[in-house]
Design a binder for this molecule. Structure first.
Ligand SMILES: Cc1cc2nc3c(=O)[nH]c(=O)nc-3n(C[C@H](O)[C@H](O)[C@H](O)COP(=O)(O)OP(=O)(O)OC[C@H]3O[C@@H](n4cnc5c(N)ncnc54)[C@H](O)[C@@H]3O)c2cc1C
Length: 386
């Protein structure tokens, strides 16, 4: 892909920030589970958290293409999903607020997210509803000049440190709505730990950026924290879905490239049977395939970004970008690990960490199966299967 001078400069500048955080740094965060705050502070200080935020709120006002380039540079540096997920929500997660928030919400809250003063988490997934968002059980009931929220969320990333939460809850019972996705409302509110208990979930990778089960017990929410109109929360969420898919695809390709770089280097240096292992086609060909798969997925990623930035319907390309990027990224990480032989299983070579992190993009923010469902139904015109 041909980058413009400005886009190349974004890549170079982000790469310079990332260069201060070497493999040893990310290996340590993965071992200790300590959040990479220094890295996040540096990215915030460089203004990168506001790359896609409106200029009037202190952002750079750039598009998804630039944001995807930036996030890909982060994962590709070796920071992987630990680095990317530590800042991911700031990039497009607050889009519903940008598009549907009041002037006061936008002008007060967005600058705080851009500067890193506020740290947010995103509460959609629930234990009893999973991908079936319309069936979520968390409810917001009117109380005085606001709401009281009760319910449970699961997998909420960053809830240990976040002081804000973008939270979706039902305000009208499903059976009283014309359509199941109606009656859901979106709130951007304080994560008040007096009413919200966040329990970390022990998990496979990305230890330093935790996921949680949230127990929300009578959380009082002022009416001013409602985003847009009551009952339209799901509709608002949809506006952030395509960009998030593109970002995940870009991040997964970046991680795959980091793995491929490590594997190629190792294949040149490791000598067995009197020659570098990279002289064997059995080692070369999977690496060559990984390169082609990553670069093909990358073209789809930037087609998704282009379509979104141009205001076109990006549904098909954004879903394809997330699927292809995640698969190519995972496959490159697996190939890298196998190229290293036994050392692929050792933490000091990093590729086992990459492989564990590569699984994230295959599952979240939407599963592969739901992408297949989308393409089958919305692109190919097949009957809805679920
Ligand atoms: C590391 C990580 C971070 C996350 N961070 C967040 C976060 O910050 N906030 C948040 O809200 N969520 C977060 N999630 C949750 C994530 O978005 C969900 O795990 C994901 O959307 C899948 O939902 P589920 O786990 O409930 O799967 P389920 O809905 O239980 O589905 C399980 C499996 O069944 C398949 N399936 C279900 N229905 C169908 C169907 N009709 N057709 C075909 N297959 C089907 C799914 O594809 C999936 O493979 C995170 C998850 C992970 C792993």
């Amino acid at each position: 892909m041909q980058l413009t001078e400005d886009q190349q400069s974004i890549r170079d500048s982000v790469a310079r920030v990332c260069a201060a955080y070497d493999d040893e740094y990310w290996r340590r965060t993965d071992e200790t589970g300590v959040f990479p705050q220094a890295f996040v502070d540096d990215m915030a200080a460089g203004g990168w958290l506001g790359i896609a935020m409106p200029e009037e709120a202190g952002g750079a006002g750039l598009g998804l293409t630039e944001a995807a380039l930036m996030m890909q540079t982060v994962t590709e540096s070796g920071a992987g999903f630990t680095g990317a997920s530590a800042i991911h929500l700031n990039i497009f997660g607050l889009m519903p607020l940008v598009k549907f928030g009041t002037e006061a919400q936008r002008m007060e809250l967005l600058p705080r997210a851009i500067s890193g003063e506020d740290s947010a988490c995103f509460g959609v997934t629930e234990p009893n509803s999973g991908l079936d968002t319309a069936s979520l059980e968390t409810r917001a009931e009117k109380s005085g000049n606001g709401y009281v929220i009760n319910g449970r969320k699961i997998w909420t990333t960053n809830a240990q440190r976040a002081n804000k939460i973008l939270l979706i809850a039902r305000t009208t019972p499903k059976d009283q709505c014309a359509k199941p996705h109606q009656g859901l409302s979106l709130f951007y509110t304080d994560l008040d730990r007096q009413y919200v208990d966040a329990q970390p979930i022990p998990k496979m990778g990305r230890k330093a950026v935790e996921c949680n089960t949230l127990f929300i017990d009578n959380l009082p929410v002022p009416a001013d924290d409602l985003v847009g109109e009551e009952g339209k929360g799901f509709q608002y969420l949809l506006h952030g879905l395509n960009p998030e898919r593109v970002l995940f695809g870009a991040e997964a390709v970046g991680l795959g490239r980091a793995a491929l770089r490590k594997a190629t280097q190792y294949a040149k240096e490791r000598v067995v049977f009197g020659r570098p292992i990279g002289q064997n086609q059995g080692i070369q060909h999977p690496l060559a395939r990984a390169f082609m798969e990553l670069e093909a997925a990358n073209l789809m990623v930037f087609e998704g970004a282009r379509a979104f930035d141009a205001g076109e319907d990006a549904g098909a390309s954004a879903n394809a970008a997330k699927y292809l990027g995640a698969e190519a990224g995972f496959s490159a990480c697996e190939t890298a690990m196998l190229t290293h032989g036994g050392m692929g299983y050792a933490k000091e070579y990093d590729v086992e960490r990459y492989l564990r992190e590569a699984m994230i993009a295959r599952i979240a923010p939407v599963s592969r199966e739901m992408i297949f469902n989308y393409v089958a139904e919305r692109v190919l015109g097949l009957p809805k299967s679920y």
